[in-house]
Design a protein around this ligand. Structure first.
Ligand SMILES: Nc1ncnc2c1ncn2[C@@H]1O[C@H](COP(=O)(O)OP(=O)(O)OP(=O)(O)O)[C@@H](O)[C@H]1O
Ligand SMILES: [Mg+2]
Length: 220
């Protein structure tokens, strides 16, 4: 069977705080698009499984024994993004694939900028430089919104060691949650960011996600 394609491909981003259900929904989106007969690939930032160098960067970022300044950390996120963009996203879009990416430019703007210590407009400017070729192919960026309490319950259930992010605690998480809402509310046209309540059971969140895809993707 020949797979269907969309010329120039397109990509969909799932984003939101830790434990908001991004991976769960990304897999459902991938299966939905794949069942419709389209070429589809799933990836993440940072640390795409499709780029060995990115996997190394993710290890560095997540290693608590390596001291790092906020700026050094930001530089690695941006390096990860440029490698992922050049070596994976750009060629795959040229081959007309639909890409689903877990976290993207907005995550860096929220975590390192809005909730972090670095000027958000500087991060936006760097993100624009890296992604200018592929930005027009972004179809939807779906932010899943959950409370700190819900996210912690989910994450505690599955991880032995909470990541550095969770250890930063409730205040930081609230700022992250607020940062995603800020980007959603302040987006400039064309509207590509959508906010979905991530609190209900996964099937309910999927119903909302699926209707958004049906409305915006118009693939049959
Ligand atoms: N809507 C939901 N209701 C209850 N549990 C959920 C829901 N969505 C996901 N989960 C569960 O919560 C946990 C975290 O979900 P998931 O890995 O999809 O989140 P994530 O946003 O990708 O997290 P991370 O930031 O760690 O990558 C998983 O065990 C998953 O099965
Ligand atoms: Mg995930």
């Amino acid at each position: 069977m020949t797979l269907k394609t969309i010329q120039g491909g397109l990509f969909i981003v799932v984003d939101g705080p830790d434990g908001s259900g991004k991976t769960t929904q990304a897999e459902l989106i991938r299966d939905y698009i794949s069942k419709k007969g389209y070429k589809v690939i799933q990836t993440i930032e940072p640390g795409s499984p499709h780029c060995p160098e990115c996997i190394e960067i993710r290890k560095w970022l997540q290693d608590p024994s390596i001291p790092k300044t906020h700026f050094q950390e930001l530089e690695k996120y941006l390096l990860d993004r440029s490698i992922h963009t050049k070596e994976f996203m750009e060629p795959k879009l040229e081959e007309d694939n639909i890409i689903i990416c877990g976290r993207w430019v907005h995550a860096t703007e929220v975590y390192q900028g809005y909730a972090g210590t670095i000027d958000i407009s500087y991060i936006q400017q760097e993100n624009r430089k890296i992604t200018k070729k592929i930005m027009p192919r972004l179809k939807l960026s779906i932010f899943y919104d959950v409370s700190y309490e819900t996210a912690m319950k989910r994450i505690r259930g599955e991880r032995e060691n909470l990541s550095w992010m969770e250890q930063k605690g409730k205040r930081f998480f609230k700022k992250v949650e607020e940062g995603y809402r800020f980007l959603y509310e302040n987006q400039k046209p064309p509207k590509r960011i959508y906010l979905i309540d991530g609190e209900p059971p996964a099937e309910k969140v999927w119903e909302k996600t699926r209707s958004l895809l049906e409305e915006k993707l118009k693939i049959s």
